[in-house]
Design a protein around this ligand. Structure first.
Ligand code: UDP
Length: 337
């Protein structure tokens, strides 16, 4: 019998790709998702429990039924702007949700967790590329909720022996090139899907948020990392926890996940045009409040400790997989089926 792994948020974008990679690696993913943003069609690799993280009774039943050896914790609200206007929603779902989950794990003797964290825990970079030791000064409740969750995990490690890994994603992008899984947010706020859908004529022209940054072409730079590479990092983190390398001296570790290469908004639009053969309709607009000019990861620690290296290092190849997903409407096909 393969090990059950509880995947909170397994019906979401990164969680569903990770369930596929987990199944390929010989694990049995059990998805737990409240389907507020997740999709039933994305749950394809194991059992499904529809539940909210704050629903402790259903969590208890899931732990009793499936006896997972570890939890991969993706479930979270992720709209940074909304977290500023409705912070309670983010502290309740992301921070209190993580606490409920940690208490359930403690009470059911489940001692391993991999957490979907974010480079938002750092705030405005003081130096680039960002290392894991960069001071943490998150600029919005979303980032604070991730930093709080990391802190809770560390404290549960010291008090209760939890062994955990926090994976700080930079900009997740792309889709499974084999089809069937991809990015499908509603509302969509991310650059690559908006650019692809603008090129397809499915959306109005994209607005570029700022062209007066101190970057080579004046537009903001981000480190785009392929969703399947993020998924692989979770399996690597699980194996790291199983190996016993996380110990009393270091119960909770954090790793950046990025390619170490930045791409500007203008470069992303050019790459979408190159992949699709269509120009991306766009207008130039003002900066978006709270957007740092540049975010690029130093991801060598993940390579050194977890043996993780992204397979996709070229933003054009990442965008090609996103284009294939959106252009063929595979999400829509699955919804209809
Ligand atoms: N961006 C943009 N127009 C949009 C959406 C995003 O110019 O309609 C920019 C945004 O300002 C940032 C980059 O694209 O510099 C990536 O934004 P996204 O929302 O995808 O990820 P974030 O880095 O904000 O998490």
């Amino acid at each position: 019998m393969s090990e059950n792994i509880l995947v909170t948020g397994g019906a979401g974008y990164i969680g569903s790709h990770t369930c596929k990679v987990l199944a390929q690696a010989g694990y049995s993913p059990v998805t737990l998702d409240n389907l507020v943003y997740g999709h039933p069609w994305a749950v394809r690799f194991g059992p499904f429990v529809q539940a909210d993280l704050l629903d402790r009774a259903t969590l208890d039943r899931a732990f009793d039924e499936y006896r997972p050896s570890a939890v991969l914790h993706f479930a979270a609200f992720t709209y940074v702007g909304e977290s500023v206007t409705d912070p309670g929603k983010y502290y309740r779902n992301n921070a209190a949700g993580t606490l409920t989950l940690l208490e359930a794990m403690r009470d059911h003797g489940c001692g391993r967790m991999v957490f979907s964290s974010s480079c938002a825990v750092y705030g405005l970079p003081q130096a680039l590329p960002l290392t894991e030791g960069h001071p943490q000064a998150p600029m919005n409740p979303y980032g604070v909720s991730k930093a709080m969750s990391e802190r809770m995990m560390a404290d549960f490690g010291l008090a209760h022996g939890l062994r955990s890994v926090c994976l700080r994603y930079f900009n997740a992008a792309g889709a499974d090139p084999e089809g069937g899984l991809g990015e499908d947010h509603d509302p969509e706020t991310h650059l690559i899907p908006l650019a692809v859908e603008a090129a397809l004529g499915k959306r109005p022209p994209l607005q570029v948020f700022g062209s007066d940054y101190h970057t080579p072409d004046g537009t903001a730079v981000r480190d785009y990392v392929h969703v399947l590479d993020l998924a692989q990092a979770h399996v690597a983190a699980l194996r790291y926890l199983e190996s016993g390398e996380a110990n009393d001296a270091s119960p909770c570790s954090a790793f950046n996940l990025g390619t170490g290469r930045g791409a500007s908004v203008a470069e992303v639009l050019a790459a979408v045009a190159a992949v699709s053969g269509r120009a991306v309709p766009h207008t130039m607009g003002p900066r978006r409040a709270g957007d740092p000019p540049m975010l690029v990861a130093q991801a060598e620690l993940a390579e050194k400790v977890l043996g993780w290296r992204p397979a996709y290092t070229d933003v054009l190849e990442i965008i090609r997989t996103a284009w294939d997903w959106h252009a063929t409407g595979r999400g829509a096909v699955l919804l209809d089926s």
